[in-house]
Design a protein around this ligand. Structure first.
Ligand code: HEM
Length: 486
């Protein structure tokens, strides 16, 4: 499918694009002037590259070119075109092959996130079957138990009057949640000491990002201390994954009916691998266990951290969310899915946080064949950089776009959802989005229902800075709480 900039519905206010007269090459596009050999590399900072691209998209328009060392990029920032490209998968576009190469080089196996073609189709069916709302509904009691453990951790911190390392605690919460749902394992990092798997996941994720974005594979020639730490953490994560798989195998041996009726994603994958189903073997199982850990931990934890920071800075919105939670769910133990789903304002707060602070502010895809995008000729293997946060923070599409105004998501938000796409779009849209929103609502219900947020601070006391380590993190948030009297 060739993709063209289609006029948006008038409500969204996109200026209509005229039919292309003549196809342009990528070289003819505007873009920042680069240097010989290195191109635009000296002008970007890898930890803030999303902001560099967003800035350039305001300067050069929705379609421009960038060169990072030997790699030429076509950058697309128009939500209509981005949406169409993301929908044209897996046949027209794939994820960037760089991610897959680096992952394999680090000893990993592609899971759903980096699988392609038929292997992706097969794995996607299995993952979706394990992430249905029905499965997640059945998991609610366990998720409530994980949330209570976070509450207990925060209660102790509140009583001791100490600062809470917000992201670290939220990552413990999200790892415990995903391990319970997808692997049937109680890892309980919320009640463990310091050497938890999250620490290693963090190091592996940022190492993976650093290598994917590196213009040269320097680590093949010299190993820096960071590379040696990366190898150690990689080995620790792999060991944990082997542990999850072995535990599931033991359960299935003890109860062979689990082959017919697997209770979670890991059991379903092992049953398929044992049955010799096309496209799934033991390596895919391990690949998907690590994919779920990586994809489910950082994203949800950082979204929660951004949401808490934004709410703390907007006392009116915080007050309204507190009121809603305290009226609708006075007690975590009494929480049902129906009650969670009725928390419309909290839901709107999450959507607004993800509009302003999407943890995936860009997506990299690669053309699988010669194609055209708008009026641009795009050869096969071209890397296309999709800027996910340009139109979603533009006054042409959202009134007072820079402001945190959750109420804009109440009522019919269909048009807004086509512009802000925090979970991506099309056939590869995030399969964990329903779980992520549930985790977010449970954690927020617990926080707002039981505590007063006294402070959410950054290291320098200013705005929370954005830094890319695979996902977009707020730098160093810490929080202080006071318990609410019963
Ligand atoms: C707020 C939390 C989350 C956000 C913002 C988020 C965002 C995303 C985005 C932007 C993508 C790429 C979609 C695309 O290419 O169109 C994605 C893919 C994916 N996400 Fe999430 N995610 C979140 C939570 C989760 C959770 C909790 C899980 C796992 C349980 C998960 C598992 C995945 C997987 C496996 C993929 C790859 C899907 C595929 O390629 O078919 N995500 N996510």
């Amino acid at each position: 499918m060739d993709v063209h900039a289609e006029p948006s519905p008038p409500a969204a206010g996109l200026a209509s694009a005229a039919a292309p007269q003549r196809l342009r090459s990528i070289e003819e596009l505007p873009g920042p002037r680069g240097w010989p050999l290195v191109g635009n590399l000296p002008q970007v900072r890898m930890a803030r590259i999303h902001q560099d691209m967003e800035r350039w998209s305001r300067q050069y328009g929705p379609l421009f070119r960038v060169r990072l060392g030997p790699t030429r990029l076509l950058v697309v920032a128009d939500h209509v075109i981005v949406n169409a490209l993301l929908r044209d998968r897996p046949d027209g576009f794939r994820r960037s092959s760089r991610l897959r190469e680096v992952g394999i080089e680090m000893g990993g196996t592609p899971g759903l996130f980096s699988a392609e073609g038929d292997a992706w189709r097969q794995q996607r069916r299995m993952v979706m079957a394990s992430f249905t709302p029905g499965h997640i509904r059945a998991f609610l009691p366990q998720l409530r138990a994980v949330t209570s453990r976070l509450q207990e951790r925060w209660r102790k911190a509140a009583q001791a009057g100490v600062w809470i390392d917000l992201q670290a605690d939220l990552k413990r919460f999200t790892v415990d949640a995903i391990a319970g749902l997808a692997f049937g394992t109680e890892v309980n990092t919320l009640e463990s000491g310091d050497d938890v798997i999250q620490r290693h996941l963090d190091i592996v994720l940022s190492g993976l990002y650093r290598r994917v974005m590196s213009p040269l594979p320097y680590w093949r020639w010299i190993r820096l201390p960071a590379d040696r730490q990366l190898e150690r953490s990689n080995a620790a994560v792999r060991k944990a994954i082997e542990g999850f798989v072995a535990a599931a195998r033991d359960r299935m041996q003890a109860d062979p009916t689990l082959h017919e009726h697997p209770r979670n994603l890991l059991e379903a994958m092992l049953a398929a691998a044992d049955a010799g189903d096309a496209g799934v073997d033991d390596r895919d199982v391990a690949g998907n266990v690590s994919t779920m850990l990586f994809a489910g931990e950082d994203t949800t934890a950082n979204t929660l951290a951004w949401l808490i920071w934004l709410l703390h800075r907007h006392p009116d919105a915080l007050g309204r969310a507190q009121l809603e939670v305290r009226e609708a769910v006075p007690d975590l133990a009494a929480l049902t899915l129906e009650r969670v789903e009725a928390l419309h304002y909290l839901d709107a707060c999450a959507s607004e946080a993800m509009r302003l602070k999407p943890v995936a502010p860009f997506l990299g895809i690669e053309a699988l064949r010669d194609t055209t995008i708008a009026d641009i000729r795009v050869p096969a293997r071209t890397l296309v950089w999709c800027v996910m946060r340009r139109d979603s923070v533009d006054d042409r599409y959202f009134q007072n776009a820079a402001a945190f105004e959750p109420a804009r998501w109440l009522g019919d938000a269909a048009a807004a959802k086509r512009i802000a796409m925090p979970f991506g779009s099309g056939p590869r849209i995030c399969p964990g989005r329903y779980l992520a929103l549930l985790e977010i609502k449970l954690a927020m219900t617990m926080l707002l229902g039981n505590f007063e947020v006294i402070a959410v601070d950054t290291p320098d006391g200013g705005e929370a800075r954005e830094v890319m380590h695979f996902t977009m993190n707020p730098v160093g948030l810490r929080m202080r709480l006071r318990e609410r009297p019963n």
